[in-house]
Ligand binder design. Structure first.
Ligand SMILES: Cc1ncc(COP(=O)(O)O)c(C=O)c1O
Length: 414
């Protein structure tokens, strides 16, 4: 197996230089989002929750519904065959989008989204591949969708008389939001069978550099990657990212809600086979996913990544100049020209004196759609609420400047 490399580049130009270089390209991308252009006074800053859809995705779904809508894998007439072909093409588009070089047998299983996909890996694979005394490592400060399914497996196996130890994947004590790889290595033992990790953190926005996890645990341990915040935001390349499962939601990658996928490498342990009768596939979802991937490939994922992480750097830089705000996560990525990996356009912060919920209401009243709560972190602290701004290719420097203007008004407000 190849040694994985990270895909989040260390910047070679300042964030403002990147934004200036990409400005013409960005205008052409933004104008393809009808919901965005129809509401110039509003700023949608919640793309980690769900991404807006370009016209090409809406058109693909509309065209399918008016030309060949039928069920897949069942009928033998023209529309049914065309729909079956579209489902196959959708599956192929997932392999291609993830750069699956087919060096190993692999599979794509369509699911409702990341939550149902992670649970599917737990119920259709993990539970059948753990013995009494085995150990697994799970990220409890990440999204609960990537913690609860593994605990459920532990409980179900306990009911069958099998004891599985679940270790929390350790994080840096500094609050950087990064995994503590030295502490992780101390947890590893001969019975470590499975590690669940996250590609990009949904609160701190950082690339968790999971190649370190593979390097630490060697080639035998199965790694399941929650890629809900990376697919559609950056290039996700399974030919270099040495993990066994990649799970994501389509709606966060500009496709319709209700579609997602489990990609499985099927090289370690038993092959992943979806259990049970799958039922009718979500054909419109699959059509939308393929169209979203085509759109993102044409836009250029490196540019999408560079644009959103540079906008995020402008925002963090502005916030770090205001006394009342604390930006969560890695502090060394806060400046415009820092030579460290940038966040992926997700910036989360708190006001010293104003509650995050109140801040969310104020921002909403001024036209900024942000997320203000505990962000579904599996095990968050008492004061877990914070304000999350998550950016995508349709967001502008002007929106970030206007947001910083409002936050500056509230600087020092009690
Ligand atoms: C990192 C991460 N994993 C999993 C999920 C769950 O995704 P979904 O709600 O689409 O199932 C989310 C949603 O925000 C997420 O951010």
């Amino acid at each position: 197996m190849s040694i994985a490399i990270t895909h989040s580049p260390i910047p070679t130009e300042s964030a403002t230089e990147t934004l200036a270089r990409l400005t013409g390209w960005h205008s052409r991308m933004r104008e393809q989002f009808p919901i965005i252009t129809a509401h110039p006074d509003l700023a949608y800053l919640d793309s980690s929750a769900t991404a807006q859809k370009p016209q090409a995705v809406l058109d693909a779904v509309g065209d399918y519904l008016v030309t060949s809508n039928a069920n897949a894998g069942r009928g033998t007439y023209g529309w049914a065959n065309a729909t079956t072909d579209l489902v196959d093409a959708g599956r192929e588009s997932v392999h291609e989008f993830l750069h699956d070089d087919r060096a190993h047998p692999s599979s794509v299983t369509f699911v409702d989204g990341a939550s149902s996909g992670l649970r599917k890996v737990a119920q259709d694979w993990l539970i059948h591949n753990l013995d009494d005394g085995d150990e697994i490592i799970v990220p409890f400060a990440d999204h609960q969708a990537n913690a609860l399914p593994w605990l459920e497996v532990q409980q179900m196996l306990a009911a069958r008389g099998r004891t599985v130890t679940v270790h929390p994947l350790p994080y840096e004590e500094s609050g950087s939001g990064d995994y503590d790889i030295d502490a992780f290595m101390r947890l590893l033992g001969p019975r470590t069978r499975f590690v669940a990790a996250t590609h990009v953190h949904h609160v701190y926005g950082n690339d968790m550099n999971v190649h370190r996890i593979r390097n630490a645990c060697g080639s035998d341990t199965v790694i399941c990657l929650d890629a809900a915040q990376s697919v559609g935001h950056m290039d996700v390349d399974v030919s270099t990212l040495d993990v066994d499962f990649v799970v994501f939601s389509g709606h966060k990658a500009m496709a319709l809600p209700g579609i997602g996928a489990v990609w499985a490498r099927n090289a370690r342990g038993a092959a992943f086979e979806s259990a049970g009768w799958p039922g009718s596939p979500n054909t419109t979802g699959i059509v939308s996913l393929r169209a979203a991937f085509e759109w993102l490939n044409a836009a250029g994922l490196q540019k999408v990544h560079a644009w959103t992480s540079s906008l995020g750097a402008v925002l963090t830089d502005g916030l770090s100049r205001l006394d009342s705000y604390e930006v969560l996560g890695c502090q060394s990525s806060l400046t415009l020209d820092s030579q460290v990996q940038r966040r992926l356009g997700t910036v989360t912060f708190r006001h010293r004196d104003v509650s995050s919920n109140d801040l969310g209401f104020v921002l909403d009243s001024r036209g900024f759609m942000v997320r203000a709560d505990g962000h579904c972190q599996a095990r968050a602290g008492e004061d877990s609420a914070s304000v999350r701004v998550s950016l995508h290719v349709y967001n502008t420097e002007d929106e970030v400047d206007r947001l910083l203007g409002v936050l500056t008004e509230l600087d020092g407000a009690a």
